[in-house]
Design a protein around this ligand. Structure first.
Ligand code: ACO
Length: 371
């Protein structure tokens, strides 16, 4: 029997603190008029000191599980896509797994910058379709405010913090994720990057002094690349599914810049009202922007059961991709669950396991550990 991967839950986590363009005028040499006319962005959210990429990702995951009616212990796989992960390792997905109490789940991260959510959703859908797993949580989560140079007006006006999550569930009913295309052009790796902190340029006093631990971007080539690939990837995924653009009810693009979306819409000969846009309120939240925009579309009734939706994005790498899905929404026979309760239990469990590990490592000699 064929298996399909349905999108049955969604959730978002948006920090409360709003940073407006007017606020930015006090921080760098810029203006609300410049930012709105060049990007369409009016404000963005900034994480509070106690929020991290994993905590936002976990909050979005819990919301998505609530919508889907799934317990954290039903989840087989968690994938987090992030451009501002908690650490180089361990994976942010493992920390989310611990926070939400998804004790049966495997967990790993995907690094494909702003295309990451599309790539991650495609990977999880493939794992469901092949029968390897039944339930997955896919998360895009960012605290870009921690890796942006707040003195660089070329970048700091663009980005925001937040997280979005989808639940994918296996079903024999046709629908869900239908097709995806994934592309990369590593020759453009240098136009958008976080230069230091990896093996090429380990963190040192020198890298910090030169601001190499911040996002670096050459905006114009990224802009040119984005305007070309958004329409291209959309057309490619639609053709691959044997459909035409007339079959598409909504496009949920990566929310980087309104002008990029206008060029894409012109290229596709589609009206702007077929595009879900909320970048004016959240800025570019990288991997989180597509699930945040899709969740808003679902909540506002712009995405209904049976609708054909294209998710399309581009980002550092350079990477780009698109995914076509038939929207499902929550399954009618789903049980009422409260994943928040599991979070509390997960905290107790995690504390117990940490304590046990500490006690064992202090009381057992190497021979007893089998070392
Ligand atoms: N306020 C005022 N002036 C500014 C600002 C600012 N915040 N930023 C730049 N300027 C100035 C520049 O210094 C330049 O001045 P100059 O002509 O004296 O040198 C002038 O404005 C024009 O600069 P441009 O770079 O030509 O401006 P452009 O119209 O290209 O807009 C932008 C810049 C918005 C960054 C655009 O290039 C863009 O959107 N690029 C794509 C960026 C993107 O999408 N990045 C995210 C990728 S996703 C990911 O993987 C994270």
């Amino acid at each position: 029997m064929s298996r399909y991967a349905h999108i049955t839950g969604w959730g978002v986590a948006l920090p409360e603190h709003v940073l407006t363009n007017k606020d930015l005028e006090q921080m760098v040499d810029t203006s609300d008029e410049w930012i709105v006319s060049r990007t369409g962005i009016r404000e963005r959210r900034i994480a509070s000191p106690d929020q991290t990429t994993a905590s936002l990702g976990a909050d979005a995951a819990v919301e998505a599980l609530k919508v889907a009616g799934l317990k954290p212990t039903d989840v087989d796989l968690i994938i987090v896509a992030s451009s501002s992960p908690e650490h180089i390792f361990p994976a942010t997905a493992c920390i989310v797994q611990d926070i939400i109490g998804a004790t049966r789940a495997g967990a790993f991260d995907i690094s494909a910058a702003c295309s990451g959510f599309i790539f991650a959703l495609n990977m999880a859908a493939q794992a469901i379709r092949t029968g390897s797993i039944n339930n997955a949580v896919v998360i895009g989560a960012e605290t870009l405010s921690r890796i942006v140079n707040w003195q660089d007006r070329n970048t700091c006006i663009l980005f925001g913090d937040g997280a979005g999550a989808f639940v994918l569930q296996a079903s024999g009913e046709p629908g869900g994720v239908l097709e995806a295309v994934m592309h990369a052009d590593g020759s453009g790796a240098d136009v958008l990057s976080l230069p230091a902190g990896g093996s090429k340029l380990p963190t040192s006093a020198d890298t910090v002094a030169h601001g190499l631990h911040y996002v670096h971007m050459d905006g114009r080539p990224v802009f040119r690349f984005a305007t070309r690939v958004m329409a291209e990837a959309t057309q490619e995924v639609v053709a691959k599914a044997g459909l035409t653009l007339d079959d598409i009810d909504l496009i949920v693009p990566h929310q980087a810049n309104y002008r990029i979306l206008e060029v894409a819409a012109r290229g596709l000969k589609m009206p702007m009202d077929k595009f879900m846009v909320n970048l004016d309120r959240y800025g570019n939240t990288s991997t989180a922007s597509i699930p945040i925009a899709a969740a808003e579309a679902a909540e506002k009734g712009r995405l209904r059961r049976g609708d054909k939706v294209v998710l399309v994005g581009f980002g550092g790498g350079l990477t780009y991709g698109a995914l076509l899905a038939e929207w499902t929404g929550p399954l009618p026979d789903r049980p009422e669950v409260n994943p928040e309760r599991y979070r509390l239990w997960a905290k107790v469990r995690s504390t117990g396991l940490r304590l046990k590990r500490k006690v064992l490592s202090q009381t057992l000699g190497e021979d007893k550990l089998g070392g």
